[in-house]
Structures are given as C-alpha cells and as structure tokens.
Design a protein around this ligand. Sequence first.
Ligand code: GTP
Ligand code: MG
Length: 302
Amino acid sequence: MEPDNLLVIGVGGLGCNWARGAHTRVSTESDLLLVDADINSFLGASHAHCMHLDPSGTERGSAALPSLAGHRTVEGLEDVESVIEASELVIILTGLGGGTGTGSSVELAKAAKRSGSLVVVVAGLPFAEQTFRTRMAMDALPVLESVSDVCIRVSLERLAWHARTRRMKWSEGSGWIEELVEGLVSTIGKLGKINLDMMDLKSVIRHEGRATLIVASGPVDDIGKIADEARRSPLIDISLDNARGCLIQVEGGPDMTLTHIASITEDFTQRFNEGCQVILGARVSDRLIGRLRIIAVVSGLD
Ligand SMILES: Nc1nc2c(ncn2[C@@H]2O[C@H](COP(=O)(O)OP(=O)(O)OP(=O)(O)O)[C@@H](O)[C@H]2O)c(=O)[nH]1
Ligand SMILES: [Mg+2]
C-alpha cells in the first residue's frame, strides 16, 4: 500500500492532540489531517493538512454545538476532499462531548466512507462526572458507529488510570493511543513475515457486534503475561470472551520464531468463540529484540 493511502485525522481539541502525538510514530507511512475550530490545535504541525472550522478566526471551539461543527465541516469538505479520497484507510481520533469532535467526526467519517475508505474511529467518552458531555457523547455514538467500520470506545476514565500508572498524560493519549495507531498502520501499511492486508481487516470486522482494538507487549520469554495484558487492555468495559472475529499481528525482533507466534495466538484467543475466525500476521522489527508485541482487532463481541 502506498504511504498516502493511510490517513490519520484528529478532530477537536483532544482528537488533534492525540493525532499529532500518534502521527509522529507513523509519519513516513501515513498522512495527517487536523480538524478544529481552535487554531491552537494546529500549532507545531506544519506537515499536517489543517481544516479550520472557524474561518473568521475569532473562536476557540464550536461552543458545545455539534450541529454547528457538523455544518461547518460539510461546508469545508471540498478543501480536504483530495486527501480523503486518496486514502484507503482513515483513522479518526476524537473526544466526544464537546462541539467540534462530536459534530465534525460524523461528517468526516461519512465523507471517507463515501470515497470508499475503510473507516476506523477512536472515540473518547467523557468522565463520569461530566453528565452533560456524556449525554451528548451517547447521543452521537450510534450515528458514529453507523457510519464507520470499526468504532472503538475509549473511556477517558480508564485512559486516565492507565496514564497514571504509566506516568503519562491522558490528554496526550497515555501512550496507548499512539501504540494503537502505530499498530493499525504497521499492520495494514507494511509488509510482514506473514502479510495482512485491508481485505483481511474487512473480513474480520464484518462480524456483527462490537469490535475493539488491543495492543500489548512484553518480554518474549513471558508469553502468558503478554496474552493476559492483551485480554485486560481494552479501554472500555467489554469482555472478549466468545469473540467471533480476530485479526492478530504479532511483532517481534529477529529472534522471534514461529513457535512464539503460534503460542501467543493460541493463548490470547483461547476463550474466544469456538468458530472464531482468526487471521494471523507477523512482522519483524529490529527495535523489538527480546520482546513481542501483539496488535489485535477483535470483533463480533456481545
Ligand atoms: N476533565 C476534563 N475533560 C476534558 C478536558 N479537555 C477535554 N476533555 C474531555 O474531552 C472531551 C472532548 O473535549 P475537546 O476535544 O476539548 O472538545 P472539542 O471537540 O474541541 O469541542 P469544542 O471545543 O466544544 O468545539 C470532552 O467532552 C471532555 O470529556 C479537560 O481539560 N478536563
Ligand atoms: Mg475545542
């Protein structure tokens, strides 16, 4: 796949933060589009395509008005159409509950779908005490899910918890959002030992039910622990038991063997549905000597 066939889009303040951080890991194999009404979201990202939703330049957001943001997005689509149309896979990162992310991400997902792209959305869900924002997010989710191929819900609560244990910032993705995007792009965008492609991803996500993405890593001599971490890693409360589809990419250093690949896959998928469709890929990366990393799309969840 050509590099510019992969596009990372950040929408709204939080989404742009996440996208800027995640894109630094995949800048050679994907393009970046930032969408916000607040020009501060574009600072330091001169390499990015930017869609400024407030042409008059006086506002800092969409004043918690998703419909306004949605409307402005549709009006501005023409300027970014060529970037979206060139992409086979579009990854949209956003935090729901504000005006821009909530309203604009739906229109961007629709545009990407119309141009035939596969659309993966990573949607942050507000903290529990943010009741108004949570209500707004919950209203938007079904729409977002209906216009995307995979919609991954990320609880900001859990992300913040992960951030504390990793000494990182949830607003910058806790390290986890970056890993997720890097995993997706490297799974789909690069040649591996056993190559996976877009058709494999499409085939896995067609299973009915919810889908989620998993990233976990650890030393190659403790496969059980990596599989365990993987099963616990979803950032939203959802059980993987009985999953009906799974695309799994195992990455390791040059010391990785086929036995490693087989045992981690077996361990990770042991509680999945008996008839679960498992598609396996593997990739060698010099940076991972002595370690294994798995990235999985798990679908058909109850
Ligand atoms: N507690 C807390 N939550 C935040 C903060 N910033 C963002 N969030 C959460 O992230 C969600 C998305 O926020 P933003 O990305 O800033 O919103 P936006 O899409 O830019 O929307 P507008 O600014 O209203 O146009 C919110 O609904 C909150 O749940 C923050 O500073 N503190
Ligand atoms: Mg904002």
